[in-house]
Write a protein of this length. Sequence first.
Length: 443
Amino acid sequence: MPSVLIIEDDDDGRQAIAKLFARADWKVLEAADGDSGVELAIRNRPEVILCDLLMPKSNGFQVCRAIREQLQPTKIIVVSGRDYAIDRTTALEAGADEYLLKPITWEVLCETIDRLLPAIPRQPGATKSPEELGSVPPRLKLWGVRGSLPVPGPTTLRYGGNTSCVEVRADGEIIVLDAGTGIRGLGLALQKELGPETIKLSLLITHTHWDHIQGLPFFPPAYNPKNLIRILGYEGARAGLGAILAGQMETPFFPVSLRELPSHLVIEELKEMQFHIGKVKVQAKFANHPGICAGYRLFTSAGSIAYMPDNEPYEPLKLKLAEKDGIDLDEARNFAAAERDKMVEFLRDCDVAILDAQYTDEEYPRYIGWGHSSLSSVVQLALDANVKRLLLFHHDPSHDDDMLDRMIEQARSLASKSGKAMVIEGAREGVEIVLETAMRGKG
């Protein structure tokens, strides 16, 4: 059944309207103040929100802005006893779809809803279960492996030229790591696979540098109103996650705004470093990279996947700054060692680790402070953490397929000298890894 959220601090008025909707077979949600209303809206994604203008905590204008940032297709009807043109204009600018005057009749409400939603959609169902889809055990697939900017062409055919995007299927969830240009191909594949079924997925954003979000406007499932897309990430350095994602789709840059995407799209600012997506536990860790940047480790029923696409070792950076600013070298080394230990623990015994390896050892000294790793530093990090399978990721746009071949061979040579049986591969678009296979390698 369709659902409506009534946000109104007058108990009698709210309950009277609720009874009318209930008689018409609507699912009714109620909130007595603006803050509770925003929370219920984001959690339940109703088709229609009826919102009073003057309320405690958050007023109707604030509610409209908060909800509209995260729920594009939901229709918001502001109701008020005040007939001021400025109130109507401000409500519409804040994200309301209609402004109605009290006292409001059921006939006026029905006419307004029929106009805003000619065919009331039923609440979208979830994506088919793994059993219904005949899914394989937990697995990941690489859709974009490049850093900085996409570089399609004949010299990047084998490893791929799209920017960061990894798909994880685990325990009934579709989890996408980053929204670089690779997410377009993922979206097309999901539509082909699931057909008329609802696509329900969670998108984890590591940070909002362009190569990690630039594919979102071209993600086909975002243009289907039956799909449920949850975007999670940490607040950016200068603006919130929602504002940054919307910014790249503003009129000067893109013809469709984030608000106009018809899917049920919710953007959530992460506050905790550990949370769950369904049955999958997610542990986050902030990276050494300009701005706010995090990596994620997903704990599935068949093992764990770590994704740290942008990260620089602390020691070279700290020592360079110490020499420049006169900081004690021992203190700089101790700080760097402590931070590295934390990263080792984050990756400890991981089955598949997808890690930043943008620069060769020869290149890296020219790019200290840019926020990326050298080849030998990431190999040693993975060895110290007892990683089972290392995927070298975030390939530099200047590195063609032949260069990546040489880097992978060099990484394998470094690992072989350690005596540990760690598998090393270069991240390659289209490669799919079943986690059961990774687990069998633990032997």
